[in-house]
Design a protein around this ligand. Structure first.
Ligand code: ZN
Length: 276
C-alpha cells in the first residue's frame, strides 16, 4: 500500500468552526492560511450582501463546498412544515448566489410524533424542494445525525436510513453527508459507505473527533486526534466509495471558540495533516 502524503488541497473549514469570525474574516484568514475550501453557515450570511460575498470568495480563490444548513422538515403542525420549506428554498437561493454546489440538510425531528412519521415528512419535504434545487443547480445532502439528536434535530440517525431515503427519492440531486462525529460508532458504517459508492451519492465528508468523556452533546466536539474516532480509516472507506471532494472540518466547541482563532486555525491544519 502506498501512502500519499496529506496536503492542504482537500481541506475545507466550516465557518461555524471559527464561530467568533464573520464571513470576511473566515475568507481572509482561510485564504491566508492556504485553505481553499469553505462551508458557509447561514448565520454569517445574515446582513450580508450575497453578490459581495460571491465576489469576496472569488477574489480570495475560495471554493464554497456547501451551505449549512437546511432541513428541519418535520412538525406536527402543517404551517410549521410550510415555513420550513420556505426556509429551505431560501437556503437553495443563498447557495446558488454564493456559488455553493450543495446545501447540507439537518433533517429535523418532532418529538411529538414517531420517528417514522418524521422521516416520512423529511422525505416529502425533500421531494418538494427538488424542482427548485434542480433549477438552481444545487444538490441536497442528507446528513444522518447521532441518535442522541433523534428527538429534536434529526430522525435520520444512521447512514442506512439516509441511504434508504436517497434510493427512494432516486435523484442525482439528493445524496448524503458523511460526518464521522455522527456515524463513527455504527458497525455497519463501512458497508453503508460502500452502498453510497454504488449510488455515487457521497456529497460531503465532515471531520472532527469524539471527546472521551464528552461534556456537552452539542458544543464539545474535538479536533481530529483529540478523541476516539479513527478518521483516516473512515476517510479510506469514503475514498474507496469514489469520494474525492473536500474534507470539511466542522467543530462546535465552547473550548476552541474561546482561544485565539488564528492560533486555532494552525492547530486545525496540523491536526488535519496528522490525524485525518
Ligand atoms: Zn456535519
Amino acid at each position: 500500500m502506498t501512502t500519499k502524503l496529506r496536503d492542504l488541497s482537500k481541506l475545507c473549514v466550516h465557518t461555524l468552526t471559527n464561530k467568533p469570525w464573520n464571513l470576511q474574516q473566515c475568507v481572509e484568514k482561510y485564504s491566508a492560511a492556504g485553505i481553499r475550501g469553505i462551508t458557509i453557515w447561514r448565520n454569517v450570511l445574515e446582513n450580508q450582501n450575497l453578490n459581495e460575498a460571491f465576489t469576496m470568495l472569488n477574489d480570495n480563490n475560495m471554493s464554497v463546498v456547501s451551505i449549512a444548513r437546511g432541513g428541519f422538515f418535520p412538525s406536527v403542525n402543517k404551517p410549521e412544515r410550510i415555513k420550513a420549506l420556505d426556509d429551505n428554498l431560501l437556503a437553495i437561493e443563498q447557495a446558488a448566489a454564493v456559488g455553493a454546489p450543495s446545501v447540507v440538510l439537518v433533517c429535523g425531528a418532532d418529538g411529538r410524533q414517531s420517528l417514522a412519521k418524521s422521516r416520512e415528512q423529511i422525505k416529502e419535504g425533500i421531494i418538494k424542494l427538488l424542482p427548485a434545487a434542480k433549477a438552481a443547480g444545487v444538490k441536497l445532502s442528507i446528513e444522518p445525525l447521532h441518535p442522541m439528536y433523534a428527538a429534536d434535530r434529526s430522525a435520520v440517525n444512521t447512514l442506512a436510513q439516509a441511504n434508504d431515503m436517497v434510493e427512494e427519492i432516486n435523484s442525482d440531486f439528493v445524496g448524503v453527508a458523511v460526518d464521522v462525529y455522527h456515524l463513527w460508532w455504527d458497525n455497519n458504517l463501512q458497508s453503508e459507505i460502500k452502498r453510497c459508492g454504488a449510488n455515487n451519492s457521497i456529497f460531503a465528508f465532515h471531520i472532527c473527533d469524539w471527546n472521551v468523556p464528552t461534556t456537552d452533546f452539542l458544543n464539545d466536539r474535538g479536533l481530529m486526534g483529540d478523541g476516539c474516532i479513527n478518521v483516516p480509516e473512515i476517510r479510506g472507506w469514503v475514498e474507496n466509495a469514489g469520494f474525492s471532494g473536500f474534507n470539511e472540518v466542522e467543530i462546535f466547541s465552547d473550548k476552541y471558540w474561546k482561544i485565539n482563532q488564528t492560533d486555532y486555525l494552525e492547530k486545525i491544519k496540523n491536526a488535519y495533516l496528522k490525524y485525518s
